[in-house]
Write a protein that binds this ligand. Structure first.
Ligand code: SAM
Length: 464
């Protein structure tokens, strides 16, 4: 610690480590689903008033950690539980947009090490609807969890993939921004998860540093000239942090990018600047756990914009001209097996192109299942941004009625326990909890068919 962050920071950390076990819990609200207002109005769920995370506009510290599993808003994607220091993506995105003087337009982003989805959901909240995020995770089981968390967040402009960093060779100079939140030795989480101390060894640090370097080397060619890479770890040692930043600068020709006013004593606490231009969060100096991040830029020698050209593809919407649940003018529809997928019109070609290059876990919106002449609304549709907007405007599509449910009924639905909606119209019903879409049931009068996927159900007792 002393060699990496200096004696003063090291002493502060050790002091905090010994007396503040556990740290504080924080969440980030979903601006497309009630945002901060919804959380602030319901702060009793979190044991009292929330406090803002200084570097993240939707980030909040909780007075108490609730049992998230028993909060329907958590399942509806109204917020994401994320450690405060990890909420630096907003700082990085703002610095990049300023440095590049981009007025967003159509950016292509990659979150290379994305599961379970903290950075990806955050990045999606910061992106305009014409930009596209590829959210990738190399470990298959983790990529499924990632896809689930992204579906709950509700964004459309995202593709979830399950690829090794090497596989991105076929997307040479494709991305404008790449996030590499690398697997690391996790020293920054020792306070929150003391058992991880036992997994630490110098040999593991060396292994992590070498693996991170390999990942960076593999993915660098996919960054467009003039593009930006954000490298991060949740550890302190300089082998994995500044050492790899130095490698990017010296071996890959990357240029470090500063975040003006971020380091040093400020409203953020005291964030350290490392010798090669990275930023280090040290518990005791900031209200959060250990985190390192650095932004670098690829030289523009080959031209300002990505040279990648997407071959034109024909949208295949004809078949689904009568699809009833999303506005036809805004989406392209495609039938994959019996699943109706909806892609935002401006991104449909690009997403189809990526499907030919990557191992895709999910893309666009899973909108419905076709059964004969019927379209059964898909659970993800209820959680999608499009539906959030329709709910807030009170403009649900024909064929779908909505019912606002109590917490008890919301939990019954989420646990797939029997639910009777007395007085509700028959047919497909969108369940809404505190203004946020939760899922669908088919109301048959004396009972309902629950359309929540089995894998998403709450498994613990809901009798609380
Ligand atoms: N960005 C995530 C978030 O904010 O929720 C956390 C990512 S975690 C620090 C690092 C991720 O890298 C893990 O999901 C891990 O499975 C993945 N990973 C492990 N080995 C990898 C490798 N060789 N290449 C790429 N990713 C790897």
């Amino acid at each position: 610690m002393e060699a990496s962050v200096g004696k003063e920071a090291s002493d502060l950390f050790v002091g905090q480590y010994n007396d503040a076990a556990g740290g504080v819990t924080s969440v980030r609200s979903n601006p497309k689903k009630g945002g901060d207002t919804l959380l602030l109005e319901n702060d009793e769920l979190f044991g009292g008033p929330l406090r803002r995370v200084a570097w993240c506009s939707n980030g909040h510290y909780l007075a108490q950690r609730p049992l998230f599993t028993l909060d329907p808003l958590f399942h509806a994607g109204a917020y994401y539980v994320q450690e405060a220091s990890s909420m630096f993506s907003e700082v990085a995105m703002k610095a990049i947009m300023e440095d590049a003087a981009w007025d967003e337009g159509k950016l292509r982003l990659l979150d290379l090490c994305a599961a379970p989805g903290g950075k990806s959901t955050h990045i999606l909240s910061l992106l305009g609807k014409d930009s596209l995020l590829v959210s990738n995770e190399v470990i298959k089981s983790r990529s499924v969890v990632l896809a689930d968390n992204i579906a709950k967040w509700g964004s459309h402009n995202v593709v979830v993939s399950n690829n090794d960093p090497r596989d991105f060779k076929s997307l040479s100079e494709y991305f404008n921004i790449i996030f590499v939140d690398a697997p690391c030795s996790g020293e920054g989480m020792f306070r929150k998860e003391p058992e991880t101390v036992n997994e630490w060894s110098m040999a593991n640090v060396e292994l992590c540093a070498a693996r991170q370097r390999r990942i960076l080397q593999d993915i660098w060619p996919s960054l467009a000239p003039g593009g930006y890479l954000v490298y991060s770890t949740c550890t302190f040692n300089h082998f994995e942090n500044d050492g790899n930043l130095e490698f990017l600068i010296n071996e890959m020709g990357a240029e470090p990018v500063d975040v003006a006013g971020f380091a040093g004593n400020s409203e953020y606490g005291n964030i350290l600047k490392t010798s090669h231009g990275g930023f280090q969060f040290v518990p005791g100096m900031v209200e959060g756990e250990g985190q390192f991040f650095a932004i670098v830029k690829k030289s523009t020698l080959c031209g300002e914009k990505s040279r990648f050209r997407i071959p034109g593809m024909k949208p295949s919407g004809n078949l689904l001209k009568k699809f009833p649940y999303l506005p036809l003018q805004e989406y392209d529809f495609e039938l994959k097996g019996d699943m109706v997928k909806a892609y935002p019109k401006g991104l449909a070609n690009e997403i189809r192109f990526l499907e030919t290059k990557l191992k895709i876990v999910s893309s666009g919106v899973a909108a419905a299942i076709q059964k004969g002449r019927d379209f059964i609304p898909h659970a993800d549709l209820a959680l999608s941004e499009a539906f959030s907007e329709m709910i807030s405007q009170g403009k649900l599509p024909e064929g779908i009625n909505a019912v606002e449910v109590s917490r008890d009924d919301a939990l019954k639905f989420l646990a797939k326990e029997p639910l009777v909606l007395s007085g509700a119209p028959l047919g497909y019903i969108l369940l809404i909890y505190k203004g946020v879409g939760l899922g669908f049931v088919k109301n048959l009068g004396n009972r309902t068919n629950n359309l929540l996927p089995m894998a998403r159900r709450i498994r613990m007792s809901i009798a609380k």
